[in-house]
Ligand binder design. Structure first.
Ligand SMILES: NC(=O)c1ccc[n+]([C@@H]2O[C@H](COP(=O)([O-])OP(=O)(O)OC[C@H]3O[C@@H](n4cnc5c(N)ncnc54)[C@H](OP(=O)(O)O)[C@@H]3O)[C@@H](O)[C@H]2O)c1
Length: 291
């Protein structure tokens, strides 16, 4: 089975491409926008037509909420139009389509865990573009999987924007970093989520699924746990509230993954256990000279 992964140079996309390859799929990687700009339909259509994939995975994104608010047109072009374009290519060239969506489609105001059947109500520009992307998919192809994931950690993709490397570097140099105590979700290891995507893709059980590790934590909790598990100090982490950000952040987007758990009978590890594996995996990669 041939899979085209768009966004394969990113934190999640590189992991998805690696995990699908390890699971026996033939993977064609579109790492950067220079390999195919999803907002340019003619560009990506010719590429999809040439490789004829059985599955297209969209792991591209313009995902910093503050940038999305400042550059609304870019956010709409990449997150919404880009998704619509890829879904169109999937429909035209007879492929399944898998979209990486986000817990940011929810406002967090309800304060109860969100199932796949709750109605998205994002207040942020980023969340709005992801909701509109989901809607565009549903009207373009029935053969879709919409996968919502919460805040991710991992070590693939560019190192310079990676949360884990950033908080470690700042611990070593004694530079302050802010950690919001009011942004609460199910932190998730990219590899665990990618392995779940393989199961979902193989099943052909199309639909919307919430995929995350178990357990919840705030952004401040994640940053602290990353340092503690690495044997670093947490003194440089300043606790704050997300209201100081330029755009809003969803406050409580914990998942109640009724559809995912019931359909696939999968429960991923608790996020702190997954974080330990992530750090071990990174150290193995590092020793092997792969990163
Ligand atoms: N990271 C998280 O915590 C998180 C949480 C929830 C959902 N998500 C979703 O997961 C997906 C992947 O996120 P990520 O964290 O892996 O993002 P990332 O590390 O920022 O990677 C984004 C990827 O998209 C590519 N891209 C950007 N604009 C493009 C365009 N116009 N055409 C083609 N490719 C383009 C980038 O290529 P360049 O190298 O050219 O920039 C990069 O490979 C996104 O849809 C995001 O909304 C992420």
């Amino acid at each position: 089975m041939k899979v085209a992964v768009f966004g394969a140079g990113g934190l999640f996309g590189e992991e998805i491409a690696d995990v699908f390859e390890d699971s026996g799929f033939e993977v064609v990687r579109f790492k950067h926008r220079t390999d195919g700009d999803v907002s340019n339909l003619a560009d990506i259509e010719s590429k999809v037509a040439a490789i004829k994939p059985d599955l297209i995975i969209n792991a591209t994104g313009y995902r910093n909420p503050d940038d999305c608010k400042k550059n609304r047109d870019i956010a709409l072009k990449v997150n919404t139009l880009g998704t619509k374009n890829l879904a169109f290519c999937a429909a035209r060239y007879d492929a399944d389509f898998m979209q990486i969506s986000s817990d940011s489609v929810f406002s967090g105001d309800t304060k109860w865990p969100y199932s796949e059947f709750d109605v998205p109500d994002a207040k942020t520009v980023y969340g709005f573009t992801k909701i509109r992307a989901e809607e565009a998919i549903r009207t373009t192809t029935n053969r879709h999987f919409i996968i919502r994931v919460p805040m991710l950690f991992g070590f693939k993709g560019p190192q310079k924007e990676n949360l884990m490397f950033d908080v470690w570097d700042k611990a070593r140099s004694g530079t302050y970093v802010y950690g919001a105590t009011d942004q609460i979700a199910n932190p998730t290891y990219t590899k665990d989520a990618a392995q779940a995507l393989v199961v979902i893709a193989k099943s052909k059980y199309y639909g919307t699924y919430h995929v995350s590790n178990e357990g919840m934590g705030s952004r401040a909790d994640i940053l602290s746990e990353m340092c503690l598990q690495k044997g670093l100090s947490t003194d440089h982490i300043i606790l704050n509230h997300s209201e100081v950000k330029f755009d809003l952040r969803s406050s409580y987007t914990v998942f109640n993954p009724i559809a995912f758990r019931t359909t696939f009978n999968i429960r991923l590890d608790d996020w702190k256990v997954a974080l330990k594996r992530c750090i071990d995996d990174y150290e193995m990669f590092f020793k092997a000279g792969k990163v």
